[in-house]
Design a binder for this molecule. Structure first.
Ligand SMILES: C[S@@+](CC[C@H](N)C(=O)[O-])C[C@H]1O[C@@H](n2cnc3c(N)ncnc32)[C@H](O)[C@@H]1O
Length: 275
């Protein structure tokens, strides 16, 4: 996916989308039963997969959910397939074990009893890594489509790696807007508050977030939001950005540490409230 594809796809979702749920082509009765159940839960129509092409030709489908015969849930939009997987969290952990350091780990400085709030949950790859080191991660994801795929995955995904299963068990996810959610939280409710908004100039070629892009909210944060994030944090607020993006320059709040990974241009800006 390149920038033009991403922009074109983004436009599809500026209007009300036509969505349905179906199964794989050679479906099992169990898959049909679950797809029908989710159709009711999500309030979207169920269609027999064998009639799907007609619907697509009629132009009455923008994208669709699929329950496959392993009962995994995904969304299909052209060649894009959005499904839950721990992705980068696995690589991050392998590197951390090998090198003994990691930028996200160094940024959040976790302790085992910490409660983390991840305001922009996405696929939860950062959250899974963070959850390994702390007691609990509470996340919010505003996009209903991303939330459905990820919350379904968090409940059903079984990894061969035990640390991933234990980390997932420590995560609670809500389909809410971060700005709304934080306005209802009391002061110092979380030890660590983490925020990773969509990048302005992403690296499309190598990003594991590409399938998420068409469904994501492109929301930004300002000084007022950062002040709110600070209000609900005890120890730390960490904001992830890219070196080539402007986000941090638009904020007048002073960061105590800015960690830059020269390898991929990621920046973790930290406000340490426990210093
Ligand atoms: C860059 S992704 C986060 C990736 C995530 N850190 C991971 O490891 O998978 C940003 C996510 O935040 C979501 N988002 C954007 N604005 C939001 C808001 N105001 N409240 C909650 N989620 C938001 C987007 O829909 C997107 O899924």
């Amino acid at each position: 996916m390149n920038r033009n594809d991403a922009e074109r796809i983004k436009k599809v979702f500026q209007s009300d989308s036509k969505v349905l749920i179906t199964t794989s082509y050679n479906f099992t009765p169990k898959a049909v039963e679950l797809a029908k159940h989710l159709s009711e839960e999500y309030g979207i129509p169920y269609y027999n997969r064998r009639h799907l092409n007609e619907k697509i030709r009629e132009g009455s489908v923008d994208f669709y959910y699929v329950i496959d015969n392993n009962l995994d849930l995904s969304i299909r939009l052209g060649d894009t397939r959005l499904f839950f997987h721990p992705g980068i969290s696995k690589i991050r952990m392998e590197n951390f074990k090998r090198e003994g350091r990691d930028f996200l780990f160094d940024a959040i400085r976790p302790s085992s009893g910490d409660i983390v709030y991840d305001g922009t949950f996405g696929l939860g790859m950062d959250a899974i890594f963070m959850a390994h080191f702390v007691e609990k991660v509470i996340g919010t994801e505003v996009s209903t489509h991303i939330y459905r795929i990820v919350s379904y995955g968090l409940k059903s995904y079984k990894s061969k790696e035990n640390w991933i299963n234990s980390a997932i068990a420590k995560i609670e996810l809500y389909n809410e807007d971060m700005k709304e959610f934080i306005s209802h939280q009391q002061e110092r409710s979380f030890d660590i508050v983490y925020c990773d908004p969509m990048f302005e100039n992403p690296i499309y070629e190598s990003s594991s977030l590409n399938p998420l892009r068409p469904f994501a909210k492109y929301d930004t944060i300002n000084d007022d939001v950062v002040r709110e994030l600070m209000r609900i944090a005890k120890k730390r607020v960490v904001i992830k950005s890219l070196e080539r993006d402007n986000l941090l320059d638009t904020l007048s709040i002073k960061f105590d540490r800015v960690l830059l990974s020269r390898k991929n241009g990621l920046v973790f800006a930290c406000i340490d409230l426990d210093k």
